[in-house]
Design a binder for this molecule. Structure first.
Ligand SMILES: [Mg+2]
Length: 281
């Protein structure tokens, strides 16, 4: 059996924490695939490492070989609860911030009206997180942040989004290289994996960059229709040529949601694993 590097988002991709139902046995089959000695597992998530530990315990999913956390701002390996940072990735990210520490950046952004720091537990070495107003007022704040960073020569990725439930704007400042795609490409190069030995699985907006990249990828069936449409638009109609497969259900008698969608992607790109998967289910 050739080797396989399985890379997946957590919330609403491997973790069945969305409104769609999960097929019985899907996570168990996933865990047994991951236990094969030729398979390595990477989680690629917006969560902070401590919240990944929490998810592993709550949902009983496998401990990964490596964790890309904070939407790419953090890479750690080791074991749950005892993660060790990849300092070589930290060095890459530090280059974007032109030698400025997160504290320097915080000082630089002080005084922008409407910008309120989130709780210290939400901050990471390479991520500053703030609350903003919603809608137009919030977009004005986000623009002020971008302008101030650019003027200081700092390569940053400013992500502004809306928390509909809490009725607040959320703003994250990350180094320009801190994206799921760039972090994952860094890992593939470091571990010497070719795209043809890799599968990425995701469900939402911050997964799109990887989903439409040359890395073989699967969009799980429970993904929001708007994500499905955008992924299709960005890859053109040639799904398979662009390395994106849209899970639809049916494989292994499952519905294609969450872990079942990941397994469907494995069967699509790497049918040599079908024997192992079919005997499990
Ligand atoms: Mg997700």
């Amino acid at each position: 059996m050739s080797r396989l590097l399985l890379c997946t988002d957590l919330d609403r991709t491997l973790l069945p924490n969305g409104p769609a139902p999960e097929s019985a046995g899907a996570r168990r089959a996933f865990a047994r695939l991951v236990a094969h000695p030729q398979v390595r597992l990477v989680y690629v998530t917006g969560r902070h490492p401590a919240l990944v530990d929490e998810a592993i315990a709550t949902w009983r999913v496998p401990v990964p070989d490596l964790l890309i956390a904070d939407v790419g701002a953090t890479i750690v390996s080791g074991a749950a609860g005892r993660w060790k940072r990849w300092t070589r990735w930290d060095e890459t990210l530090a280059g974007d911030w032109a030698g400025h520490s997160p504290g320097d950046l915080r000082d630089l952004l002080t005084g922008i009206s409407g910008l309120t720091p989130q709780d210290p537990s939400r901050q990471a070495t390479f991520k500053l997180s703030y609350f903003t107003p919603v809608e137009t007022a919030g977009s004005v704040v986000a623009q002020a942040v971008r302008d101030r960073l650019r003027a200081a020569g700092i390569g940053a990725n400013v992500i502004w989004s809306m928390d509909e439930t809490a009725k607040t704007g959320l703003l994250d400042v990350l180094p320009a290289a801190a994206t799921k795609r760039l972090a994952l490409e860094f890992v593939l190069e470091d571990w010497d994996y070719e795209p043809g030995e890799v599968l990425f699985a995701g469900d939402s907006g911050n997964d799109l960059d990887v989903l439409v990249s040359p890395i073989p990828a699967v969009l799980v069936a429970n993904a929001d229709p708007s994500v499905r449409t955008e992924a299709r638009e960005r890859t053109g109609s040639a799904e398979s040529a662009s390395g994106l497969y849209l899970a639809r259900g049916g494989a292994l008698g499952m519905n294609g949601n969450y872990a079942a969608g990941i397994l469907e992607g494995v069967l699509h790109y790497y049918p040599e694993w079908s024997g192992l998967l079919e005997e499990e289910t």
